[in-house]
Design a protein around this ligand. Structure first.
Ligand code: ZN
Ligand code: ZN
Length: 251
């Protein structure tokens, strides 16, 4: 079942848990290698949640990220497929046809694979909001199997942009060049700007699979300075308070 919804700035935010599991052996590494400089217990294991978020406001339905996809998705070689996004959506009364807008925080296989199944868009009435810098960067199966089938329904954005009343796109590069977050009031859906709670304790800790780790630190700090609550993609918690709990160090 989905996590509990909350209403922020007139927008209902519903977290949807697409999948839960450890990273597959092809790309898994010990946590101190994943997050250099972070301190971890000897037996610490990283069990990732794969969260998407549903936004509903003024009769519009927005889905932020689409999860790991089916058993033959580009994420299948490392992530716990199949994802359960459509079941999670059905549990809150949303069918694929109801989604007006899909925001893809970035085009990694665990965030974008769920919007195409067997070469066909899963959300047929939705426009898919992607940064130009991400489209310029993406290659391989994500370009061929996900972006190509969506080509007639992509809305390209460049940098920060208002999406709907109370909902704003924020370009936050570093993890990937066109990584974007979604700001709803004082909440920010952070996608992969943060991966692990260790980066809340120290936002300057980088992640081994960031495309540009230094730029990712700059983006992470900027997001944490303006958010009261973050809604990350891979934490076990759907909503995590920022200012009251975590000091944000400047660099
Ligand atoms: Zn990612
Ligand atoms: Zn991810």
């Amino acid at each position: 079942m989905p996590y509990e919804s909350k209403i922020v700035a007139g927008v209902e935010i519903t977290p949807l848990c697409d999948a839960v599991g450890p990273m597959g052996t092809r790309i898994s590494k010990p946590l101190p290698e994943m997050f250099p400089g972070g301190s971890f217990a000897d037996d610490a294991e990283w069990v990732l949640h794969f969260h998407c978020y549903l936004l509903r406001a003024e009769g519009r339905t927005v889905l932020v990220d689409t999860g790991v996809g089916g058993t033959d998705s580009p994420a299948a070689e490392w992530a716990p497929v199949p994802g359960h996004l459509l079941t999670e959506l059905a549990d809150v009364g949303v069918g694929p046809d109801d989604v007006d807008v899909v925001v893809l925080t970035h085009l990694h296989s665990d965030h974008a694979s769920g919007c195409v199944e067997a070469g066909v868009p899963v959300f047929p009435n939705a426009r898919h909001v992607i940064q130009q810098a991400e489209l310029d960067w993406v290659t391989g199966p994500m370009r061929q199997d996900v972006v190509e089938p969506l080509r007639d329904s992509i809305q390209v954005v460049n940098g920060d942009e208002g999406l709907l009343p109370g909902i704003r796109i924020v370009h936050a590069p570093g993890h990937t060049p066109g990584h974007q977050c979604v700001e709803v009031g004082d909440h920010i859906l952070t996608g992969d700007a943060l991966h692990h709670p260790v980066q809340l304790a120290d936002p300057t800790i980088t992640y081994v699979y960031d495309e540009d780790p230094e730029q990712a630190v700059v983006s992470r700090l900027a997001l944490l300075r303006r958010a009261a609550v973050i809604a990350p993609g891979h934490f076990s918690q759907a909503f995590v308070p920022v200012r009251s709990t975590y000091p944000v160090r400047s660099i």
